[in-house]
Design a protein around this ligand. Structure first.
Ligand code: HEC
Ligand code: HEC
Ligand code: HEC
Length: 121
């Protein structure tokens, strides 16, 4: 068991580090404080969002963990989007990690103010 654990550690840790070196520098958006610490978020944001969806859609709970809130803060200050460019926050990392999301087929990837402006035009 210990052997397996150290083997996994040896394999995964360098991979993760090598990965970070090639990842595009992400445009994190407005900055400030994430809803949880960065390391935790990196590993768990997907579970958080799925849990949040259930909470909101089935129980009507709306709080800081909403997808809208992520986008308000993480959308670029240049184009108000989390998905418009190679280095846009949500897409930049997912493209690098080869994760495909369907969320933005329904949810806007734009900060709300920008979304309203574009809709009005
Ligand atoms: C008020 C601003 C703010 C909000 C709201 C916010 N974040 Fe963050 N988030 C940050 C900042 C700033 C960082 C980067 C911290 C750092 O680099 O040390 C971060 C880091 C992250 C990371 C890790 C990035 C990396 O480089 O590994 C993920 C993933 C993430 N956030 C996802 C989310 C999700 C999903 C939500 C909504 C549930 C959210 N954030 C809400 C500001 C925010
Ligand atoms: C087929 C359309 C569709 C797709 C695809 C979709 N959603 Fe949603 N989602 C909705 C609708 C409709 C609501 C309810 C609207 C509301 O309550 O704001 C919702 C609500 C949510 C909420 C609660 C409201 C909020 O802003 O936090 C979260 C979280 C959420 N979805 C996350 C996701 C994530 C993550 C994905 C991708 C894995 C995703 N959704 C894909 C349609 C969709
Ligand atoms: C630093 C890298 C990074 C950032 C930034 C990031 N993600 Fe992710 N995300 C991942 C990785 C890696 C996975 C896949 C994890 C897995 O396969 O278990 C993932 C998976 C997801 C999933 C689950 C997909 C599925 O179908 O199971 C959702 C939803 C998601 N991310 C939403 C977001 C949103 C929204 C943002 C922007 C607010 C974001 N992520 C930013 C790395 C990131």
């Amino acid at each position: 068991m210990r052997l397996l654990a150290s083997l996994l550690l040896c394999l995964c840790v360098p991979l993760a580090w090598a990965g970070n070196a090639n990842m595009p520098k992400l445009d994190i958006g407005k900055g400030g404080q994430c809803v949880k610490d960065t390391q935790w978020m990196r590993q768990n944001h997907m579970h958080m969002l799925k849990h949040q969806r259930d909470e909101t859609v089935h129980k009507g709970v709306r709080d800081d963990n909403s997808l809208k809130n992520c986008i308000e803060c993480h959308a670029s200050v240049k184009d108000d989007s989390v998905i418009a460019r190679e280095d846009s926050f949500c897409v930049g990392c997912h493209r690098y990690e080869a994760v495909k999301l369907d969320c933005f087929e329904c949810h806007s990837g734009l900060r709300k103010s920008a979304w309203l402006q574009r809709k009005a035009k």
